[in-house]
Design a protein around this ligand. Structure first.
Ligand SMILES: [Zn+2]
Length: 137
């Protein structure tokens, strides 16, 4: 599979970085995520750290977006607190993003290497939840 390079939504990265800087506190909230809705709106959220497996910022973002009536996201990015910059999604988030928004672009990389890639490229040979629903009862 060839890597597809897409334009980076820098405003989205800044939105996540601003939330990470202004809202992440201590050990409970260490990551911020931002998502671009098809209508142009930006939705942001932070993770909910907990030893039982609290949701990453990307998963919190999906819930926050739905609460605002946003059920599709075109682009997603996560940024770490303490100036850590863009952080790629973990495996669980890659799977959830793929299943919720198969066409979503995810911003990954650091510094000058920040780039947007289709979520499918972050999860090659992936399990697709929707493909399995028909055959399982
Ligand atoms: Zn995650």
């Amino acid at each position: 599979m060839t890597t597809q390079t897409l334009p980076v939504d820098h405003e989205l990265v800044r939105a996540a970085a601003d939330v990470a800087h202004a809202r992440c506190r201590g050990e409970r909230h260490t990551m911020a995520a931002a998502g671009r809705a098809p209508d142009g709106r930006i939705v942001t959220a932070v993770n909910v750290y907990h030893f039982t497996g609290g949701p990453c910022a990307e998963l919190a973002l999906i819930g926050v977006a739905a609460a605002q009536g946003v059920y599709e996201l075109d682009t997603v990015v996560a940024v770490g607190d303490r100036g850590r910059g863009v952080v790629p999604p973990c495996g669980r988030c890659r799977q959830v993003l793929l299943d919720y928004f198969p066409a979503v672009e995810v911003i990954v990389g650091t510094g000058d290497g920040v780039r947007a890639v289709p979520v499918k490229e972050l999860l090659p040979e992936s399990y697709v939840w929707a493909d399995q629903l028909g055959g399982v009862e």
